[in-house]
Design a protein around this ligand. Structure first.
Ligand code: EPU
Length: 339
C-alpha cells in the first residue's frame, strides 16, 4: 500500500497554542497496518519523528525537520465482565469523546477527567490527571508500534512506569513507541473520587448529595471551562508547568517563611506545591507580555493572544521559571513538550 506524505505542511491548525510551524513530511495514520507500512520505507524510517495527537501539549519554537505522524486511529470497543467494562479506544479518539461515551453508558472511572484536551493515544504518555484521578488509576493496557523491533507490542500498567505526569513513553520509550490503542478498566459500579475541594463545593452549591457520574462529569467540565481558556478562541495547552515536588525538609523551611503556601503532602516525605500559586505570588497572574501571558483565572496556563510565536511563549516561560526560583528557590518544570 502506498502512503502519501505531505511536504512542508503547516501545523498551525494542529497545535492548540496556534503557533505556526512547518513539518518537512506529514502523514495521517488511520490504522496499525498503516504505521507498519510507513516504517517499511528506509528513507522515512530514519527521519526524526514527531507524533501528534490533539496537539494540546506541545509548543513549537521552530519548524520540524522530519516526519510528523498525525495519529487518527479510530474506534471504541467494550468488553463486559461482571460489573467491569474493558474499554478499548483507538489512539486517535478525542479523549473527551471517550469520556462522554463512557459517562453516557454508565461506565465509571474517568468522569473526573472530563474535558481534558488531547487524544486517547496521548493520555498515557503524560499520565493525564485532574481532580484526584490519574489515567493510571483506570489503565489496563495499551498497544504500540515499536520502531526498533518493527512490530506491534502490548504494555500492561506496570510496564508503563506511570507517575505524576510521567511514564516510560516520555522517557526511555520516547521516540521508540507509537501508541495505537488504549484499554481502560472501568466499572458499572461507580467509586466516586470527590475529595477535590472545587468539585465538592460545586456539588454542594448545587445541592447534589448522591452525584451520578454524569453529575461529576458536568461539574468538572464546568469548573474547567470557568478556569481554563478555550483553545478555540485563545491558544493554550492547559497547564504549562508541572506542580513541583520537593523534599519535606525543604518544605518546612519554605512554610516557615510563606505561611499560606498551597501544598499537598504525598508519599515518602515529599510535598507537592501548586505551581499556579507560586507564579501568582510572583505577581504574574493575568499578566500580558507582548502576544503572550498567563491566564487571568489560572497562572499555570500560558496563552497566545493572537500572533505569538513559539519562541516568544518559551522566553516568557523562562522568565517565569527564573522569577519563581528567585522568590522560592524552587525550580518549576515545563509540562508541555517543547519542539
Ligand atoms: N492557585 C493559585 N493561583 C493560580 C492557580 C492556582 O493560587 O493562579 C492555587 C489554587 O487556589 C489552588 C491550587 O493552586 O489552591 C491548585 O489549583 P487548581 O485546583 O487549579 O489545580 P492545579 O494544581 O493548578 C492541576 C493540574 C490541572 C488539573 C487541576 C485539577 C497540573 C500541572 N495541573 O492544576 O491539569 O486540571 O490540577 O485537578 O498538575 C493540565 O494538566 O493541563 C491541567 C489543566
Amino acid at each position: 500500500m502506498s502512503i502519501v506524505f505531505q511536504e512542508n505542511k503547516s501545523l498551525k491548525e494542529l497545535n492548540t497554542f496556534g503557533v505556526e510551524a512547518l513539518a518537512n513530511y506529514f502523514c495521517d495514520v488511520n490504522s496499525e497496518q498503516e504505521l507498519i507500512d510507513i516504517f517499511k520505507d528506509e528513507k522515512i524510517r530514519n527521519l526524526p519523528l514527531l507524533i501528534l495527537g490533539g496537539g494540546s501539549n506541545i509548543l513549537f519554537t521552530k519548524n520540524f525537520n522530519g516526519l510528523v505522524l498525525h495519529i487518527k486511529i479510530d474506534g471504541i470497543e467494550v468488553m463486559k465482565q461482571d460489573s467491569d467494562r474493558y474499554i478499548t479506544a483507538g489512539g486517535g479518539v478525542v479523549w473527551n469523546d471517550l469520556v462522554q461515551y463512557c459517562v453516557n453508558h454508565g461506565y465509571a472511572g474517568i468522569e473526573n477527567l472530563s474535558l481534558i484536551p488531547g487524544t486517547v493515544g496521548a493520555a498515557p504518555v503524560q499520565n493525564i490527571g485532574a481532580y484526584g484521578v490519574e489515567l493510571m488509576d483506570v489503565f489496563e493496557s495499551c498497544r504500540a508500534y515499536d520502531r526498533i523491533d518493527k512490530k506491534i507490542v502490548e504494555f500492561d500498567k506496570r510496564a508503563c512506569k506511570f507517575s505524576y505526569r510521567d511514564s516510560l513513553f516520555k522517557r526511555e520509550g520516547k521516540d521508540r513507541y507509537i501508541i495505537t490503542s488504549v484499554t481502560l478498566k472501568l466499572s458499572t459500579v461507580p467509586h466516586m473520587v470527590l475529595g477535590y475541594g472545587a468539585v465538592l463545593s460545586e456539588l454542594e452549591n448545587r445541592k447534589i448529595q448522591n452525584p451520578s457520574i454524569k453529575d461529576v462529569s458536568k461539574v468538572v467540565s464546568e469548573i474547567r471551562v470557568s478556569k481554563l481558556p478555550d483553545p478555540l478562541t485563545i491558544g493554550n495547552s492547559g497547564s504549562f508547568f508541572k506542580n513541583p515536588i520537593i523534599e519535606g525538609d525543604d518544605f518546612q523551611k519554605l512554610q516557615s517563611i510563606f505561611k499560606d503556601i498551597v501544598h499537598y503532602p504525598i508519599q515518602f516525605d515529599k510535598v507537592k506545591l501548586a505551581a499556579g500559586w507560586l507564579i501568582e505570588q510572583c505577581g504574574w497572574k493575568g499578566v500580558k507580555v507582548g502576544n503572550t501571558g498567563t491566564w487571568k483565572n489560572q497562572a499555570l496556563v500560558l496563552v497566545n493572544y493572537g500572533n505569538a510565536s513559539g519562541t516568544e511563549v518559551y522566553e516568557f516561560s523562562e522568565t517565569i521559571i527564573n522569577s519563581v526560583y528567585k522568590k522560592f528557590g524552587v525550580k518549576i518544570e515545563r509540562e508541555v513538550n517543547i519542539i
